[in-house]
Design a protein around this ligand. Structure first.
Ligand SMILES: Cc1cc2nc3c(=O)[nH]c(=O)nc-3n(C[C@H](O)[C@H](O)[C@H](O)COP(=O)(O)OP(=O)(O)OC[C@H]3O[C@@H](n4cnc5c(N)ncnc54)[C@H](O)[C@@H]3O)c2cc1C
Length: 470
């Protein structure tokens, strides 16, 4: 009897701590595949930055699999059924994904495969706790982070220990070469995201190196330093984690080995926030489409393409907001504090629907993640579960003064105002003619006037909120 096993890579592009691979290693021949399936939302609406990361991930994984990865495009079910028949494979394994349409598709695929007498198994490789296992005392799912994490997660079973890469793997390619995927973004010229190649090294080895570097440096100052965007105190591991170049189990136990006290506690709770986002996505599959607090459906959002475009391109005239948006555009990453400040500015000061911001982040973030992005946007907007209240509006001036007090981050991303002194750089519109001349700036030409009056915009947001609260 054939001992051939198909190993379906999805968002687990690694050999370390990969339970599906470990199971596959019990068989003598493994056919590793990846399927780009446009029937799934995550591929159909994939952002440009994500596309770039995905293609590079596949190239890197293929190398790690001795050039034996089959990269395919088409309907997953059809491809898998054909492959099983052509190769006479008897087993197929994969690691689970949690996007709602993926869950439906996987359920159907399992059902159809079993009709062929093929053994199929799926594993958890990307969440510390399965979203359906964490329940409160009444047997319901949690809607508030702190009890979810402290009681639901930490008081239940400990996450399993990471699994080592199996030895003696034998990979092979299918005999027939159908459904081949054509690489797209590798060959495009002049695309905005091609500059990322100078910043990001995409591979499993690079992910480990990045996290080790964090553990030896930023981690020592994490609890405080993580708030300051110009410091190197965060891990920048999110994209690797999203695509599975590193596992959360590895992060959890490596952090426990090397981090101490409140730094460790806060880092683990940030991983907990990621778990919470997935918990919410599982229990609210519409979280990217619908306000969780339905009263916000009545809010009179502002539809203004011009303002939206200025926000996207870092031209609001509020330096900290613009610096954040430009970091995103330049690097495919944005520091968490800036994600909160820029999101709050869009939703509250411009009163533009969070879905517009979510869409832009989705296109530009290398770590764009359905669960984290939607839950975080709803958190900032005040429309989500356990969200910041709508009346909490991040003040872009005081936030900058507090978290970028020497304006190092602002000067990095907005060089045109770099010569303004610290007392004016957060509010260039308050500079007089002499200050502007000394700094070589003409407001409105070199750098925009503010696109809104801050106090007025704040009042307008609070009034709009009051209307739907009555
Ligand atoms: C509006 C908005 C949109 C966001 N969109 C995304 C997204 O698409 N993808 C994404 O991975 N994160 C998103 N986040 C959460 C957070 O900003 C990033 O996870 C974090 O900045 C990644 O940087 P890091 O790896 O250096 O984080 P670190 O501080 O080093 O944290 C380690 C890991 O913990 C998790 N984590 C940290 N903070 C959060 C958080 N607030 N919520 C959930 N998980 C967290 C991430 O997986 C992160 O990689 C968003 C936040 C906001 C406010």
């Amino acid at each position: 009897m054939s001992d051939k096993c198909i190993l379906w890579f999805r968002k687990d592009f690694r050999l370390d701590d990969n339970p599906a691979l470990l199971e596959a290693s019990k068989h003598t021949e493994i056919i590793p595949i990846f399927i780009f399936d446009r029937n799934l939302e995550e591929y159909n609406s994939i952002g440009e930055a994500s596309y770039w990361w995905l293609e590079n991930s596949l190239i890197s994984l293929n190398k790690d699999l001795n050039n034996k990865l089959s990269i395919l495009e088409g309907n997953s079910l059809e491809i898998i059924i054909n492959l099983i028949k052509e190769e006479k494979a008897k087993y197929i394994y994969w690691n689970r994904c949690y996007e709602p349409d993926r869950i439906d598709a996987d359920t159907l695929i399992k059902k159809e495969i079993r009709k062929l007498n093929v053994i199929t198994k799926s594993f958890n490789s990307s969440l510390l706790w399965e979203p359906w296992n964490i329940k409160n005392k009444s047997g319901n799912f949690y809607k508030v982070f702190t009890p979810f994490f402290k009681k639901g997660c930490l008081e239940s079973v400990e996450p399993r220990k990471p699994l080592n890469k199996p030895k003696n793997l034998f990979f092979l390619k299918p005999h027939k070469r159908n459904y081949n995927y054509q690489f797209k973004y590798q060959h495009k010229k002049h695309k905005w995201y091609l500059k990322f190649v100078k910043i990001w090294n995409i591979s499993e080895t690079a992910a480990r190196a990045k996290f080790d570097n964090f553990l030896n440096n930023g981690a020592r100052d994490y609890s405080e330093g993580r708030n300051f965007p110009y410091k190197n105190s965060v891990s920048k591991i999110s994209a690797y984690l999203h695509w599975g170049q590193i596992s959360p189990f590895r992060l959890w136990y490596e952090a426990k080995r090397k981090m101490l006290g409140k730094h460790l506690e806060i880092f683990l709770s940030e991983l907990g926030w990621r778990e919470f986002s997935y918990h919410l996505l599982y229990h609210y599959p519409n979280i990217n489409k619908q306000n969780l607090k339905r009263q916000f459906d009545k809010l009179d959002w502002n539809v203004d393409e011009q303002l939206l475009s200025k926000w996207k391109h870092g031209k609001t005239g509020f330096p900290i907001v613009d610096a954040g948006m430009r970091e995103l555009w330049e690097t495919g990453y944005m520091h968490n504090r800036l994600r909160m400040i820029t999101a709050s500015f869009l939703v509250k000061n411009l009163l533009i629907h969070w879905k517009e911001g979510e869409k832009w982040f989705w296109n530009c973030l290398l770590d764009a993640d359905l669960a984290n992005n939607s839950a975080s946007w709803q958190w900032v907007a005040g429309t989500g579960s356990d969200a910041a209240p709508f009346f909490r509006i991040f003040n872009p001036i005081t936030q900058a003064q507090k978290f970028d007090k020497d304006a190092l981050y602002i000067r990095k991303y907005i060089p045109e105002i770099a010569k303004l002194p610290n007392k004016l750089i957060f509010t260039p519109w308050l500079a007089d003619r002499k200050d502007l001349e000394d700094a070589n700036i003409t407001l409105g030409i070199d750098y925009p006037h503010p696109i809104i009056d801050y106090p007025e915009s704040r009042k307008r947001a609070l009034d709009a909120f009051k209307k739907i609260s009555n």
